[in-house]
Design a protein around this ligand. Structure first.
Ligand SMILES: *Cc1c(COP(=O)(O)O)cnc(C)c1O
Length: 440
């Protein structure tokens, strides 16, 4: 990263000739179900930029989907990975354990909300961790039903596909899905106009009338793929309180919203919610595959020995990286930095919105901010505009992702190590893309 200049630079058109050649090789050999947001191939990344094979330097507003929160080549992470790789790459924690796994569990116990006794299990991906949270909740309660919400995204494995709301591209053609999964209405202030208490009453009524008492309620405190939907104030605490009163395990899927992304360690903290189980992944290990379920000792320990785990779960290199990520967030004041990014980005986006009626909503927390695009007048979702503006930003050298059930949300997820200059330049390019999108 040290010699990677922190400035946007277009050396060729996007994609350049080398990326085009690689894309032809990809098409000939990689399954077409594996899509790519941008048709450029990366060579280096760090700070707030990604460099491609043609020498283009792109501003990173995606962080590899909210993963490289501490930067794509954070010095402490590089050093920890190098040291651990030299010592050993794998023994399997279930065969001969090692300290770093235990140390990650200790850190998760310290950092997740609540001062109760906690336990953790480490696995490899967000979806695998969500599956484990459901296994644990079922073992603890002796019940089977699981409630997820409208617009939810929890992964692509069979059980998590069932929990995920959106059909295309995540579920279409892949059924049958796991049984005993039920869906409740979310609080979506921009579209339902309900306050948190009213939205919670609506959700709880659906759960009570259509499910009864489930094993678990699984919710993203701020939705990721579903459109960066921030529930109305009071919604999450009301759902959590209902769970507590009914012996239902409240599972916070903090895979995207956790690990400093929103200016707190966990997005649940913005609403003073203490989940029974917290699911983490994405930002946890600086890009190495690691995920976790952390929660109340009595719930976690309800599972018999051998019931949880996996060959690679809590890989030692990934654990070393996670410890370095935690140290970096704390030592470099990155929670504060996330809040600064929120002020800078939302300030500029609200000014953009004031001049552009196609921007229906600006929302999010910390470095997890979105624009919901609509047809002025009707408020109907405008997915085509999201497509045009994100594509326009990309040709200008800015990595921008979309999301949302209706595909009409632009989401900004910069690494917390990005400079203000890069944020301003990237937002200028986004504004340009909006202006160009007027005439398309
Ligand atoms: C990305 C994501 C997942 C799935 O994580 P993978 O590592 O891709 O399996 C689950 N939940 C949320 C909220 C996510 O954003």
């Amino acid at each position: 990263m040290t010699d990677l200049r922190q400035a946007r630079h277009l050396a060729t058109e996007i994609p350049g000739p080398r990326s085009r050649a690689l894309m032809a090789r990809k098409t000939a050999t990689v399954a077409s179900g594996v899509g790519t947001t941008m048709p450029v191939f990366a060579t280096r990344a760090g700070g707030g930029v990604v460099e491609d094979v043609d020498g283009n330097v792109l501003i990173d507003f995606g962080s590899g989907i909210a993963v490289t929160t501490v930067g794509a080549s954070a010095p402490r992470v590089i050093e920890a990975v190098r040291e651990q790789a030299e010592a050993f790459t794998h023994t399997c924690f279930m065969v001969t354990p090692y300290e770093s796994y235990v140390a990650v569990a200790e850190q998760l116990a310290r950092l997740t909300p609540g001062s109760h006794e906690k336990r953790s299990v480490l696995v490899n991906s967000g979806a695998e961790a969500v599956e484990n949270a459901v296994k644990i909740a079922r073992a603890f309660t002796g019940r089977q039903a699981v409630v997820a919400f409208d617009h939810a995204y929890h992964g692509r494995t069979n059980l998590t596909m069932a929990l995920t709301a959106k059909s295309l591209p995540y579920k279409h053609g892949f059924g049958p899905f796991a049984p005993e999964v039920y869906r409740a209405p979310l609080s979506y202030p921009f579209r339902d106009g309900l306050d948190g208490a009213a939205a919670a009453r609506r959700a709880i009524e659906v759960i009570e009338k259509q499910v009864g008492t489930p094993a678990a309620v699984v919710i993203e405190p701020i939705q990721g793929e579903g459109g960066f939907i921030v529930p109305a104030h009071g919604f999450l605490p009301a759902i959590a309180a209902w769970c507590r009163a009914n012996g239902v395990v409240f599972v916070a899927d903090e895979v995207q919203s956790g690990f400093g992304r929103t200016g707190q360690w966990f997005a649940s903290e913005h609403e003073n919610v203490v989940p029974d189980l917290v699911v983490t992944a994405k930002g946890i290990a600086g890009g190495l595959p690691l995920s976790a379920v952390t929660g109340r000792a009595e719930i976690m320990d309800a599972v018999h020995a051998g019931g949880l785990g996996g060959t690679y779960g809590g890989n030692p290199i990934a654990c070393a990286a996670a410890l370095a990520v935690i140290e970096t967030i704390e030592a470099d004041g990155l929670l504060d930095r996330a809040r600064q990014i929120e002020r800078l980005v939302t300030g500029r986006l609200i000014r953009l919105q004031e001049a552009d009626k196609r921007i229906g909503d600006v929302r999010g927390r910390g470095a997890m901010i979105a624009l919901e695009l609509v047809h002025p007048g009707t408020g109907e979702p405008d997915a085509e505009l999201a497509r045009v503006v994100s594509a326009g930003a990309r040709t200008r050298g800015v990595i921008v992702l979309t999301c949302g059930t209706y595909g009409n949300v632009l989401r900004l997820l910069p690494p917390l190590t990005i400079s203000d200059e890069l944020l301003h330049d990237g937002l200028d390019m986004l504004a340009d893309a909006f202006r160009a999108g007027l005439n398309s």
